[in-house]
Design a protein around this ligand. Structure first.
Ligand code: UFG
Length: 329
């Protein structure tokens, strides 16, 4: 039996496909290559190019392969874009998941682990955030992810499907050998943008606001290594395979770093002065997001390996130095 990784050519999906193979699992990857890259898919995985909104395509995958469980990353994930093009997010994230679930029910595939997000919480009232805290998304991306969680709940009740939603905080870093890593076009995430400066692709990094209610005035985030996220998906799938019930888990390190602290760590990793300039706040940014991941540790046995931001940025730097243009050389 194989694990189907939808969106397995993307950033977190490709690291998870790799981790599954390293754990000795049989892996099938499906991706429409809209934001993912064929070169990110491990050679040992069987690859299907297509879109989860295409029912015939999804049926074809389930009819061609013996699938024991699905890990679903196939979605759009840019907060800013979701505010400008909300219907794109409803179409891909919600309609896509609806078509996928239709096909899973029809083919008797009843286990799914999928990407949710810290953006489901919106402006959290307390830190660290617990899974039971209120969910009030402040952007359309977070809203569609929360709706996906709710869709799973009702489909579970009606059809017996079981799911795990993984609410990631700030995914970062790269495979330590530098072979795969983060590549978005356009890039909007802090760490890859910072590293463009020592890579001679950007003059300076912009700091979006230094008047937040935080110790140095810049936003605080919980940065979690992509390989630790990948391991959490395998543990979540195994939890479902062992009969675990529907569940939601935060995935973060439980430690917050400000934008200024991240830049300082990147200076230390690269030895480059990395000039920074204060700019206006970016719309929709909460001041602080820090996860409590105690539940994932207790219930799934998750043990993140990268709790040190310096090491995390080192892995990202190795990837960006060797692949300054991502997968498009
Ligand atoms: N930032 C800058 N300058 C930049 C880019 C980012 O100061 O050039 C700041 C942002 O304002 C924010 C922090 O760096 O305060 C981190 O920003 P990212 O864009 O790297 O990440 P976000 O926290 O905005 O978003 C991440 C994921 C989303 C997810 C969200 C949950 O990328 O998918 O966390 O809040 F929804």
């Amino acid at each position: 039996m194989a694990v189907l990784v939808l969106g397995g050519a993307g950033y977190i999906g490709s690291h998870t496909a790799r981790a599954l193979l390293e754990a000795g699992r049989d892996v099938v990857v499906a991706d429409n290559l809209e934001t993912g890259f064929r070169a990110a898919v491990p050679e040992q995985a069987r690859f299907y190019e297509g879109d989860i909104r295409d029912r015939a395509f999804v049926d074809h995958v389930f009819e061609s392969e013996q699938i024991e469980g699905v890990i679903h990353f196939a979605a759009n994930s840019q907060v800013g874009e979701s505010m400008k093009e909300p219907l794109k997010y409803y179409d891909n994230n919600l309609c896509g998941t609806k078509t996928l679930l239709d096909s899973m029910v029809a083919h008797g595939v009843d286990k799914i682990v999928f990407s949710s997000t810290a953006a489901t919480y919106g402006e959290a009232e307390r830190m660290p955030i617990l899974e039971t805290d209120p969910t009030e998304p402040t952007n359309c991306y977070g809203e569609t992810k929360l709706s996906m969680e709710k869709m799973m709940k009702w489909v579970s009740l009606a059809h017996g499907l079981r799911f795990v939603a993984l609410r990631y905080f700030n995914a970062c870093g790269a495979q330590p050998d530098g072979s795969i890593g983060e590549a978005h076009d356009p890039e909007t995430h802090l760490i890859p943008l910072i590293l463009q400066v020592p890579n001679n692709q950007r003059e300076q990094i912009a700091i979006f606001g230094d008047d937040y209610p935080t110790p140095d005035g810049t936003c605080i985030r919980d940065y979690i290594h992509v390989c630790d996220l990948a391991q959490a998906h395998i543990l979540a799938l195994d939890y479902l395979l062992k009969g675990g019930e529907n569940n939601v888990f935060n995935l973060g390190n439980g430690v917050g770093f400000s934008v200024k602290e991240v830049i300082e760590q990147a200076r230390s990793v690269t030895g480059h002065p990395i000039p920074a300039k204060i700019e206006a706040r970016r719309a929709g940014d909460p001041a602080q997001l820090i996860a409590s991941s105690e539940k994932a540790k207790t219930v799934l046995g998750w043990k993140p390996q990268y709790d040190d931001l310096h090491t995390i940025i080192e892995t990202a730097w190795k990837w960006h130095q060797s692949h300054p243009n991502g997968y498009t050389e």
